[in-house]
Design a protein around this ligand. Sequence first.
Ligand SMILES: C[S@@+](CC[C@H](N)C(=O)[O-])C[C@H]1O[C@@H](n2cnc3c(N)ncnc32)[C@H](O)[C@@H]1O
Length: 208
Amino acid sequence: MTFHTALAETIAVYDRSAAEFAARTGDFWPERALRRFQEYAPAAAWVLDAGSGPGRDSRYLAGLGYRPVALDLSAGMLREGQWLGLTAHGAAAVQGDLRRLPFASRSFLGVWACASLLHLLRHELHAALTEFGRVLRAGCLYLALKEGEGEGWQDGDYGPRFFTYYRPGQVAQALQAAGFLVLESWVNDPGAGRQPWLNYLAWHEEQT
Ligand SMILES: C[S@@+](CC[C@H](N)C(=O)[O-])C[C@H]1O[C@@H](n2cnc3c(N)ncnc32)[C@H](O)[C@@H]1O
């Protein structure tokens, strides 16, 4: 596994802009995803918030009675989460790479990956999804990626970040190849010339 420049530079942008990111995205409420996730992840389960940022969704998950573990590569994002009460809300926070998760196999009953795998190179998606399958017992995955073609740098709200975009069929194929069964998918259109979000809820059987 290489720590390539695109990822390193993107994480550095998150380190620097964590407070601004938290302020801009902190009141987003992923209602449909949370509602559907609750149907598949049993109450009080350990769930992994993979690429948690400052932990908005970890706080929601804790509020719903789950035991979230927030993982992010950006120390700045995790620090911001502490100030915002991430750990106070009952979530553990771990600095780590979602391409090689620092957790034992079968540790979780759910994985929540909102807008995090989109910074990996295309060929790394399979390894990351396979890692999710490894740390899941029988359990569900929520995954959100940006729709589009190709990959590249976006110098938007926070500084230049590297994104990989996907077509719906590509994501479904990648999930299947990593052993997931797609339960449901939907598209959110953010409007105003921004790329739509692809949302997936998928199931991974227990590995024998
Ligand atoms: C767009 S933000 C999304 C944060 C949060 N999930 C949310 O929905 O607000 C992407 C996050 O993924 C993290 N990230 C990207 N690549 C990562 C990797 N390889 N390992 C761990 N975290 C990563 C970034 O540091 C950043 O916090």
